[in-house]
Design a protein around this ligand. Structure first.
Ligand SMILES: [Zn+2]
Length: 131
């Protein structure tokens, strides 16, 4: 097996091992938009650690997942959910929300407004910058 492929599989295995704990934390809802009753995929929040860590992972619905992966496909209105996610108790969700809001706020005043009211702990701010 090619080395890159093997690495990729090992990572997927490690992520799968986190699956149960992640699912419990997410209570079967997308950790950004709270979509329920949909299939959720694991998304790793940059900077990605050498070994997958639950603190760097989010359970996301396909809509959130796809648009994070393909910024050109962003549908701005979907991300109005971030008004809530920016206050998430899950740091990785907060970081992802802030990164997306910063991007959107260049064009959409509602995103800038959410950012204006958001409060970020210094370590969250540092993580946001370190992406
Ligand atoms: Zn979602």
């Amino acid at each position: 097996m090619a080395k890159g492929l093997q690495k990729h599989r090992e990572r997927l295995d490690a992520l799968n091992r986190l699956g149960k704990d992640l699912a419990r934390r997410a209570s079967s809802k997308c950790e950004l938009c709270e979509a329920a009753g949909v299939s959720l995929a694991t998304w790793e929040v940059a900077p990605v650690p050498a070994e997958p860590e639950i603190e760097h992972c989010l359970k996301l619905c396909e809509t959130c997942h796809t648009q994070l992966e393909h910024p050109k496909r962003i549908e701005p209105d979907h991300w109005r959910c971030l008004g809530k996610a920016v206050w998430s108790q899950v740091p990785a969700a907060q970081v992802t929300a802030v990164r997306m809001l910063r991007q959107l706020s260049e064009h959409y005043p509602w995103a800038a407004e959410i950012m204006e009211h958001a409060y970020l702990e210094p370590e969250i701010e540092a993580w946001v910058e370190n992406g």
